[in-house]
Design a protein around this ligand. Structure first.
Ligand code: NAP
Length: 248
């Protein structure tokens, strides 16, 4: 059965690979992005080439109205939303806690915590059966950083993902009897642009080499996990965490 999926941060990295796999199943995908319009257009083309339908939607997940609008635009284009990948996220440059500035912490928490909670709130307003929705699946993008803490790198980022884990536990309980499953993926070191944006372009390869599997993961490997949680194959799974991290 076809599904309508909204992917925040769908223009690049893990979001893009997930969009592509949704397209291969013939699903309809709303590809949210914040500033890279060209990347979003490329993702839309990839989804269409794979056999699905897609639109790009600009919007900042930390902006309440943008989030409300992205849900409305998705439903207008493709009908009721049956899946949300709550994926947009950012990191800062390598820093110890003692050196964190308040501006940087606000930026991280605004996008990764407020953004994730706003997206989850809108999903909780439209997807539950009791609210006239069709039910479905919400997949929150956490990180292995949440339990590991990311000492001397970005404890603020790790903490923001801890908040995503708590969101997953709480919201999954709220919506379990209302047709909506809520789970989280905790990726390890995955080759995407996020490491360069944090000033360490070689980080995934360098630290990935020290993990039990001895390598970084790919965005496609994470997307496979997202797809399982979005699909009906995981129909009895909610409130859980899937670590895709090569054993680390
Ligand atoms: P990425 O390649 O840097 O892509 C980030 C995506 O998020 C882009 O599509 C970007 O849009 C979008 N974005 C950033 N800020 C946004 C905002 N305020 N509103 C809407 N969209 C926004 O990152 P990634 O590695 O795929 O990461 C995706 C998720 O996985 C993040 O939550 C990240 O924390 C998590 N994760 C990644 C790793 C890893 O090793 N890569 C590990 C653990 C967890 P533009 O293209 O417009 O900039």
């Amino acid at each position: 059965m076809s599904k309508t999926i909204l992917i925040t941060g769908g223009s690049r990295g893990i979001g893009r690979e997930t969009a592509r796999l949704c397209g291969a199943l013939g699903w309809s995908v709303a590809v949210n992005y914040v500033s890279n319009e060209a990347a979003a257009a490329e993702t839309v083309a990839l989804v269409e080439a794979a056999g699905g339908k897609a639109i790009a939607i600009a919007g900042d997940v930390a902006n309440e109205q943008d989030v409300i609008d992205m849900f409305a635009k998705t439903a207008k284009a493709f009908g009721p939303i049956t899946g949300v990948v709550n994926n947009a996220g950012i990191v800062g440059h390598k820093s110890s806690v003692a050196d964190l500035t308040v501006e940087r912490m606000r930026r991280i928490f605004d996008t990764n915590v407020l953004g994730a909670y706003l997206v989850a709130r809108e999903a909780a307003r439209v997807m539950p059966l009791s609210k006239g929705g069709q039910g479905g699946s919400i997949v929150n993008m956490s990180s292995r950083a949440a339990p590991l803490g990311s000492a001397h790198e970005y404890v603020d980022y790790a903490g923001s993902k801890g908040a995503v884990d708590t969101l997953t536990t709480g919201l999954s309980t709220e919506l379990a009897a209302d047709g909506v499953r809520v789970n989280a993926i905790r990726p390890g070191l995955i080759e995407t642009d996020i490491h360069a944006s944090g000033g360490q372009p070689d980080r995934a390869a360098r630290v990935g080499a020290m993990t039990p599997m001895g390598r970084a993961g790919t965005a496609a490997e994470v997307a496979e996990g997202v797809m399982w949680l979005l699909s009906d194959a995981s129909s009895y799974v909610t409130g859980t965490f899937l670590d895709i991290s090569g054993g680390r």
